[in-house]
Design a binder for this molecule. Structure first.
Ligand SMILES: Cc1ncc(COP(=O)(O)O)c(C=O)c1O
Length: 410
């Protein structure tokens, strides 16, 4: 891997086309287009996945003011912790089952109680997690389930979209998440009364804020221009290598989030861009799945390198494949591989650098009581490695990645 070729993005995002960027006509109703795509009666569009969480938790908090705690996986996006803190709620951090992304049911039962407002099972990296157990634990104490499908738009369980079996689900439309508005989110709530409560929470707490919308529109134009092999070196590869040179893995992984959560309405132009790109999403996801299944078989042939799949507890699970996630034999081997390959532009990265309690910059939003053992989430954080499923990682480069990973896993 001596020669560095064009940078591959860390996940498979759907590129935009010039025709997507036209001024909106009657095609600016992203909520209806996504509702048809997901097969649900209604979708609520917000300015990010994090904003979806803020709106949903605000609505739940109004319905059950004595419930103040939200249970999340110990290995997840730090924005989840920031959303909980933004709502003035308390984070409870749940360990995972060994070698999986499923919440540990024993720990989850210990965490759930009369103060629990919501449990947030999370479909990380497009892999479907066990929602039924989380839902049962939440229901047993009178709490709600909010599925985090930020990274799993298009994932299915049987013949229904992910999220059909709990109280509500949200999807991220941020960069790298398949369909993107640069930043955006989609919230689906099943019970009509709860849906109305979420719509009301949004109407009362999310301002129009034209400044933010203008900024996001410019950023989306930048994405349309630069999200291609020739542009990625500038917008992704260069800052990545600068962060790695400083030894700043948190910045390299994009885990260095601003604690202030922007809340604003999504304008008609960005919605129209999303509607037009959405028409290509089913084909893009189908091609990504075919490529990922082929590549998963290749990776599985490497001794000692399991590939994370959908949870075995979810019959009919068909997750999406923005990345392939492998489980390296040890943290030392994972770190050696990532040191050698992260900056090389061949699509290797870390989903998140740490378990939630282990980021010094988020200590303010993770209560000290939540920093306990969490052995399985910490093992995952130490050994997981993501390989991009972008179509721009061609077969020859993927073979090189496999050869390198085989060397590092010996
Ligand atoms: C698992 C998970 N949850 C929530 C979020 C927040 O979504 P957004 O970036 O759209 O605010 C992300 C974003 O990366 C995520 O990966």
């Amino acid at each position: 891997m001596a020669e560095r070729l064009a940078d591959v993005p860390p996940t498979a995002g759907l590129p935009l086309r010039a025709g997507d960027l036209a001024w909106p006509g009657t095609d600016a109703d992203l909520a209806s287009a996504l509702a048809r795509f997901l097969g649900v009666p209604q979708v609520q569009i917000e300015c990010s996945g994090t904003a979806c969480m803020v709106v949903a938790l605000t609505a739940l908090k109004r319905l059950a003011p004595t419930r103040t705690e939200v249970v999340v996986p110990a290995y997840t996006c730090p924005l989840v912790a920031l959303a909980v803190a933004h709502c003035g709620l308390q984070l409870r951090v749940c360990d995972l089952q060994p070698g999986t992304l499923d919440l540990d049911p024993v720990h989850l039962r210990q965490l759930c109680g009369p103060h629990t407002l919501a449990v947030v099972p999370t479909h990380l990296g497009g892999r479907l997690t066990d929602v039924a157990t989380a839902q049962a634990c939440a229901r047993a104490v009178g709490a709600w389930t909010l599925e985090d499908a930020a990274q799993a738009l298009g994932a299915r369980v049987g013949d229904r979209s992910v999220g059909a079996h709990s109280d509500m689900v949200f999807f991220s439309l941020a960069v790298g998440k398949g369909l993107t508005l640069f930043e955006g989110g989609a919230l689906v709530v099943h019970d009509p009364a709860l849906r109305q409560a979420c719509a009301q929470a949004s109407a009362e707490t999310v301002p129009r804020h034209r400044g933010w919308e203008l900024r996001r529109s410019i950023e989306l134009l930048g994405y349309a221009l630069c999200y291609r092999p020739a542009g990625l070196g500038l917008v992704y590869g260069r800052p990545l290598r600068q962060a790695l040179k400083r030894g700043d893995w948190v910045a390299a992984a994009g885990d260095d989030f601003d604690p202030e959560i922007p809340l604003h309405r999504v304008g008609r132009w960005r919605q129209a861009v999303g509607v037009r790109a959405l028409a290509r999403l089913p084909d893009f996801l189908a091609q990504g799945t075919a490529r990922a299944l082929r590549r998963r078989a290749q990776l599985t042939r490497i001794t000692g390198l399991p590939v994370l799949g959908d949870s075995p507890s979810v019959p009919g699970a068909a997750g999406t494949w923005p990345v392939l996630m492998v489980w390296m034999p040890s943290t030392a081997q994972r770190d050696a591989a990532i040191r050698a390959l992260w900056g090389a532009g061949c699509g290797l990265s870390l989903p998140f650098v740490h378990a939630l309690p282990d980021y010094p910059r988020y200590a303010r939003v993770v209560p000290a009581a939540e920093t306990g053992a969490l052995p399985h989430a910490r093992a995952l954080a130490g050994r997981l490695l993501a390989i991009s499923n972008s179509p721009w990682l061609d077969d020859a480069r993927f073979e090189q990645v496999c050869a390198a990973l085989a060397r590092f896993s010996r």
